[in-house]
Design a protein around this ligand. Structure first.
Ligand SMILES: O=C([O-])CC(=O)C(=O)O
Ligand SMILES: [Mg+2]
Length: 223
């Protein structure tokens, strides 16, 4: 069955693979050690949210953090992909937010538990429209930014990633098969912080794309 054009990757129901601690200054601001190999976690495709729909603070969190990230959209499936041909598997990019229930993540870390509740809830992965590969000739040469209520919170160059996009594609594809329509979130630069109900969040890749999202609170669940 055809899933249509990969430019609507968020409708495909594929994996969202996230890389953590890929910028030294962000690892430091959360008092984490610098990784010697990529830190990976997953979000389900139900985490996707597009402009026009709100980002929801999960009912079990009081500290929802923004993390602006470059997303890489996989255009060709592969396993054990060498770094030298990794870019042939990229269809394009997207500006992504890795929304994180930081209070819940801190509890998970303290208990040695997985980050699923902190990272994988509905609306935890706001994404821009698809950006064709040609519009970003070098994924290590773009500037990411994020503003909350018009105040700049994050600004950082992808030149400061610890592990490059080709390295990440190669590394991940040795753990799990990459499929067309998968999305890789490549980690956030420094400046993460809290957002609250009614906040307006704007984020972009300088000169390429920008998105605007509003924050709402998920209704309490009583049953
Ligand atoms: O929650 C974290 O700090 C890890 C992460 O996603 C990132 O560095 O982008
Ligand atoms: Mg992140």
């Amino acid at each position: 069955m055809s899933r249509g054009n990969v430019a609507r990757f968020w409708e495909w129901g594929r994996k969202i693979i996230c890389v953590g601690r890929n910028y030294a200054e962000h690892a430091r601001e959360l008092r984490n050690e610098l990784p010697t190999e990529p830190v990976l976690f997953l979000k389900p495709p139900t985490a996707y949210v597009k402009e026009g729909s709100p980002i929801l603070v999960p009912h079990y969190s009081s500290t929802l953090h923004h993390e602006v990230e470059l997303g890489v959209v996989v255009g060709r499936a592969g396993r054990e992909i060498p770094q030298t041909s990794a870019m042939e598997h990229v269809a394009g990019y997207a500006l992504c937010l890795d929304m994180t229930a930081r209070d819940v993540q801190d509890q998970c870390k303290a208990k040695g538990l997985p980050w699923t509740l902190a990272k994988a809830f509905d609306t935890s992965c706001p994404v821009s429209d698809f950006i064709p590969k040609e519009r970003i000739p070098d994924p290590a040469g773009v500037e990411l930014w994020l503003r909350v209520n018009s105040v700049t919170r994050q600004r950082g160059s992808t030149a400061h990633m610890i592990f490059s996009v080709p390295y990440l594609i190669s590394y991940i594809s040795r753990v799990m098969a990459l499929e067309e329509g998968d999305l890789i979130l490549t980690g956030t630069p420094k400046g993460v912080g809290a957002v609250h109900e009614h906040d307006e969040l704007q984020a972009g890749i300088e000169g390429v794309i920008s998105v605007t999202f509003r924050v709402s609170r998920q209704a309490a669940i009583h049953n």
